[in-house]
Design a protein around this ligand. Structure first.
Ligand code: ZN
Length: 403
């Protein structure tokens, strides 16, 4: 089988392939009308795409008299890609088909967050999948890596990740060398944003803000229909100052949103408010699951203290959302992350504060939504853009689904 890249060096082939993807199932005549290419060209191009196994002939369409047209669709099993979220002491893998649809998910624990260990585990996972019989003949498109912190996606470098304690780690080039396949590295919240913008509810909007709440507080922005990363690392909403002389943050600054409202900050607030010894003396909690467990336990035995703590958090979150609305005038704000589990205790008030205090009418019409995709979105965005880059992108432009 020829390499996908060789088949797709022709501009018109990519246009046809994109059209087929956009339409789902489509006849040659419709592709011709949609692209402006002649029926003869479409027949040639689609034969090449069929020969390369990139598309398939599907069921027969409706006939307007005469022979019924054959409908063409993407052969999603032509190739596969892997996405991995590098979390603190775990890796979360998602395998997708050519359309970026997840077909397999797996979470594995790690003993260490060291970058060598992470590279080895990712390589092991790729080697395991490659050996599955049904994948042997399919093309491996590469790996999308999602990491917390500041990322230089162009060079595949994690500039700094406080959670992982990584600084200037060239994980992209190192993994490419190790597995001999393309690697795309994104900040994990950027990946989350791209997934929601490409296939989620955010796709109706051009200016979107994403905020994720959990053991960290993350942020990302789609502005004018494009992911905005600045020099790499833009959108660190979690490190916006919300209290001038506030708590010390993992980034070294004080009073950052993350230092004030993350799970750890929430646990500290509960400990300060409660008089119940078992809650007060609880030692340091390291993982997200431990913090969630603590909050649930606190809700059972001292609900009032927990409600007071969440109330403080809702004010700070409301101020942060208001600031983002004032600066970017977004159409759409999406809140995600593990803390949504407790959303009844803080989100309504935070949104109210944000809307009521926004400048002029900026807070009135902005859609404020909550994540409905869950953990997979953290990985799926970078996979979708990897597939776009490797297969569907025309002339290096556009990473959206429009033709
Ligand atoms: Zn900070």
């Amino acid at each position: 089988m020829k390499l996908t890249r060789d088949i797709l060096k022709d501009h018109n082939e990519k246009i046809v392939l994109r059209t087929i993807r956009q339409m789902g199932e489509v006849s040659r005549t419709t592709i011709s009308k949609k692209t402006g290419l002649s029926i003869a060209s479409i027949t040639n191009i689609t034969s090449r795409l069929l020969e390369a196994n990139l598309i398939k002939e599907n069921r027969y369409g409706k006939s307007k008299g005469g022979r019924r047209p054959v409908l063409l669709g993407i052969n999603e099993k032509h190739s596969w890609a892997i996405g991995v979220k590098v979390g603190y002491l775990y890796l979360y893998f998602v395998v997708t088909d050519l359309l970026g649809t997840p077909v397999l998910e797996q979470k594995i624990p790690l003993n260490t967050a060291s970058y060598n260990a992470v590279v080895e585990k990712i390589a092991d996972f790729v080697n395991t999948i490659v050996k599955i019989p049904e994948y042997v003949d399919r093309k491996f498109l590469g790996i999308g890596v999602a990491v917390s912190g500041s990322v230089d996606s162009e060079h595949g470098i994690v500039k700094s990740s406080y959670i992982l304690e990584w600084g200037n780690v060239p994980i992209g080039p190192v993994l490419e060398e190790r597995i001999k396949a393309p690697v795309l590295v994104y900040n994990d919240v950027d990946s989350f944003a791209v997934a929601h913008y490409t296939i989620g509810r955010a796709k109706k909007y051009k200016n979107c803000i994403f905020i994720t709440l959990g053991s960290g507080v993350g942020g990302a922005m789609i502005l004018g229909g494009k992911l905005y990363t600045g020099r790499g690392g833009a959108g660190e909403i979690g490190h916006m100052t919300v209290i001038c002389d506030g708590k010390k943050c993992s980034c070294g600054s004080y009073g950052c949103l993350e230092a004030e409202i993350s799970f750890n900050a929430l646990v500290d607030r509960i400990k300060k408010k409660t008089n119940i010894e078992s809650l007060k003396n609880r030692s340091c909690l390291t993982t997200e699951d431990e913090a969630i467990h603590y909050i649930h336990k606190a809700l059972q035995i001292d609900r009032e203290a927990v409600i007071e703590a969440f109330d403080e958090i809702s004010v700070l979150l409301g101020v942060a959302i208001k600031n983002m609305i004032n600066i970017f005038a977004p159409d759409y704000v999406l809140i995600g992350g593990e803390a949504l589990e407790f959303r009844d205790l803080f989100l309504k008030k935070a949104i109210l504060i944000a809307r009521e205090n926004s400048f002029g009418d900026l807070g009135d019409d902005v859609v404020i939504d909550i994540d409905d995709m869950g953990e997979v979105a953290w990985v799926q965005g970078v996979i979708l853009n990897l597939i776009e880059k490797e297969v569907f992108q025309v002339d290096g432009r556009g990473n959206t689904y429009e033709v």
